[in-house]
Design a protein around this ligand. Structure first.
Ligand code: XUL
Ligand code: CO
Length: 434
């Protein structure tokens, strides 16, 4: 144990009546929910970037955190950072974590040097993982921070950047596989545009489609068994991002023949930025068969940008897990806290508290969602609302044509009778569980 989290004991479940701020009050990993351990439903992951690589800067001021591993430009400090990160994993006991290449290694003078730094840290992680239970939920490449990516990665007008991106993703997929990662994520923060005046959108989309096909080909070539995930977000940092939301991503995947190969990593805050609720994105992905994993971090509803805060709204989280449970669960996906502290939250204990609170809120949401599934009230209401479609006549209509339907409507045999959608009654029902 390094001294960074000194005097902080491993966090354990003490139940809802405990007043210990560093205990789980609702997250009880071994508790059985709908026949499965809570830990196996939620599959929590810590995001290395926000917890350890972000220095507390914002557009108006630089770093506030001043961690022992800052500045992050040398291998020695990259290892001190890793030591603190794995200490936090030991304290929290969450089963997974995630990284970008740039979070964990210093940038080198050229590709080969960056790669060598990266591989050394991956081996260092491998040694740490060999002595603990923590696993890699996903790896990903940061192809948005360094200035080379300012006009995109696979969508860059410069083919040299496309090549550099391909080499970067190959290295990150190799490392993800080496550490036994369960998924590989692509989030394209600069895969979009600032102005259409300098952008050939059709060409950029074709390049992005070709690139993702190369990712899938490489996955099969190396025998990576994890899922390839694309993470939708409508804008920020680009003015407009091509992976706008779940429906847009699905259209893209279909156009480039990838809808059976690639799923989505949906983020709560990104859904809100796209003008949706999180459950809208979850229900869309579920209906289209591409629900993969989630980033469970919220935005501030007033500020209008991606504030990446830990979740703290149980009713919202409950509806999200309701749709996840209805979809059959997260599979080999998980609940990643792509969440960062506020920049005034300087103390190491704040990092622990943020995660403990997020895990408890998710546990409460999951339990409420499971209670709604088990009670069946929402499902019964749906069954009743669509029951007209269970009749033989309605099914035959789907196999008929406009002329046949027209004749039965004209004869008066069919005459719609409007019925209540019961929204208030259903909202009241949900409130009984949250
Ligand atoms: C950015 C974001 C990323 C991805 C991984 O908004 O969500 O951190 O999750 O690149
Ligand atoms: Co994210």
């Amino acid at each position: 144990m390094t001294s960074f989290f000194k005097d902080i004991a491993p966090v354990t479940y003490e139940g809802p009546d405990s007043t210990n701020p560093l205990a789980y009050h609702h997250y009880n990993p071994d508790e059985i929910v709908m026949g499965k351990r809570m830990e196996d439903h939620l599959r929590f992951a810590v995001a290395y970037w926000h917890s350890f690589a972000w220095e507390g800067g914002d557009p108006f001021g630089a770093s506030t955190f001043e961690r022992p591993w800052h500045p992050q430009d040398d291998m020695g400090r990259a290892k001190i950072k890793a030591d603190a990160a794995f200490d936090m994993f030991d304290i929290l006991g969450q089963p997974y974590y995630c990284w970008h290449d740039a979070d964990i290694r210093p940038e080198g003078a050229n590709f080969a040097e960056s790669l060598s730094n990266f591989e050394e840290i991956i081996d260092y992680f491998g040694e740490k993982m060999a002595t603990r239970d923590v696993k890699l939920l996903w790896g990903t490449a940061n192809m948005f921070s360094h200035r080379r990516w300012m006009a995109g990665a696979s969508t860059n007008p410069d083919p040299d950047v496309f090549a550099y991106s391909a080499a970067t993703v190959k290295a990150c997929m190799d490392a993800t596989m080496k550490l036994g990662g369960q998924n590989y994520v692509l989030w394209g923060g600069r895969e979009g545009y600032e102005t259409l005046l300098n952008t050939d959108m059709g060409r950029e989309l074709d390049h992005m489609g070709r690139f993702l096909n190369m990712v899938v080909d490489y996955k099969h070539k190396i025998g990576f068994e994890g899922t390839i995930l694309v993470e939708p977000k409508p804008q920020e940092p680009s003015k407009h991002q091509y992976d706008y939301d779940a429906a847009t991503c699905f259209g893209f995947l279909q156009k480039y023949g990838l809808e059976k190969e690639v799923k989505l990593n949906l983020e709560q805050g990104h859904a809100i930025l796209a003008g949706h609720s999180f459950e809208h994105e979850l229900a869309t992905a579920s209906a289209l068969g591409v629900l993969g994993s989630i980033d469970m971090n919220r935005n501030d509803y007033q500020s209008g940008w991606d504030t990446d805060q830990f979740p703290n709204n149980v009713p919202e989280v409950a509806l999200a897990y309701y749709h996840i449970l209805k979809a059959g669960g997260l599979g080999n996906g998980g609940t990643n806290f792509d969440a960062k502290l506020r920049r005034q939250s300087l103390d190491p204990v704040d990092l622990i508290a943020g995660h403990v609170g997020g895990m408890d809120v998710c546990a409460r949401g999951l339990k409420a969602a499971a209670a709604m599934v088990e009670d069946g009230g929402l499902e019964d209401a749906l069954t009743e609302r669509y029951s007209g479609w269970d009749t033989k006549g309605a099914q035959l209509m789907l196999d008929s044509d406009f002329d046949t339907i027209f004749a039965s409507v004209l004869s008066g045999e069919i005459a719609p009778q409007p019925q209540s959608g019961r929204q208030e009654r259903l909202e009241n029902y949900v409130n009984r569980f949250v």
